[in-house]
Design a protein around this ligand. Sequence first.
Ligand code: SF4
Ligand code: SF4
Length: 422
Amino acid sequence: MTKIEPVDNDFFSPFNEEACTLCGECFHNCPVMGLSIEESIEEMKKLIAGNETRRVLKECQSCHSCNFYCPENAHPAELILQRWNEKYKKEGLRIRGKHYMTFYPHYPNFRSYVMDHMPKKTQELVKSWADLSPLKGDTLTYPGCNIITYAELTQTSFFKDLDIRGRLEYCCGETLFRTGYEDELFQVTKRLDKWFNILKPKNLLVLCTAGTNVFKNVLPRYGLTYKFDSIKSYIQYLWEKIENGTIQITNKLDMTVSIQDSCYSKMFGDDYMDLPRKILEAIGVKVIEIEACRENMRCCGIGGGFSVDSAYHTMKLRSATVRNIKEFNKAKVDAVCVYCAGCLATYSTAKKLYFGKFKVYHIIELLQMAMGEKPMSNKEKKKRAKHFFWGIMKKQLPKLPSKKTFKIADLQEDPPPYSEAY
Ligand code: SF4
Ligand code: SF4
């Protein structure tokens, strides 16, 4: 296997048609579609010509793995995003996708539904993160939308000194990036620039890998001007604390897991992809790898909603997730370990439709257990999954067959004041 190096500044740059030799390696190796070489070449020809494809434009989950597979560094994933963007601009997005636009507080969305149903104490915690008063130190800890809806994950001794700030409206724009909506991404960076200039952090600690990549490698391409001395992911932070003995493992776990990798770990190279594995080894957890791991990983399932055709169609998301669950079940492990709270939400929600035995833990929960701490209760996790499920279903089901479309509204630089009644 080729050694994966951290991506350079060029990795997300536009498709380079001149470099493409039409070899077909990109979609042939794609962990989602795995097309034959011939079909892959045909699809690439159609994409370059700007024509409808048979599969790629419908099924791609924008994981960016094909950028790694391309021997010519032509960035095939960016061509897909470009075509999606053109299609969206021409046709708009099916109305069923509107409920996924989670950076508008006044439009109820699936995350605001979840937040409305969180325990009062958790709501208070999340509200405290919207604070605009000066930071206590140099570092802003950025929760991201997924941790905001699983805020209990931060209630552990190893995060107690962190100054967490954020709200849904300070979204990093990861899904806009992955769906190719560039204009909207420029609006996101304007809002973020303004917010960072109020809080003036020197360093950014990000509680998810996706956000770490977006802040480091993506947003500077879309107009973010604010400069940090350092941007670090919580996975690096945790490993450093385990290595220097600040985190003490008192209760080694005796279990096996398979890992759901983050779509963005591969952007940081092999050393980064090793980190969750090293943390798990340190706490006594044996990792059984599935085929779709590390740079060949498949998205947890949310990526099944990113194409303009899918427009977050709930059944597309679920079938992508169930495909992964089946592979995890074949590995016969005690549980699946995720290190993105978005993956936790996706799998927990899918359990409502998938009736097989399936346990899923965030790596933070496993670490808490290995330190003798109590993670978020199973009862609360089940409730959260129920609210994710109904937050999506209640709004989307009636709209599934509708052909009506919408365009994403402009994002104002200043989000409205924080509202408890989302
Ligand atoms: S971005 Fe991922 S899912 Fe899409 S074609 Fe490339 S490898 Fe396949
Ligand atoms: S984008 Fe790269 S991998 Fe895909 S056909 Fe062109 S040269 Fe081959």
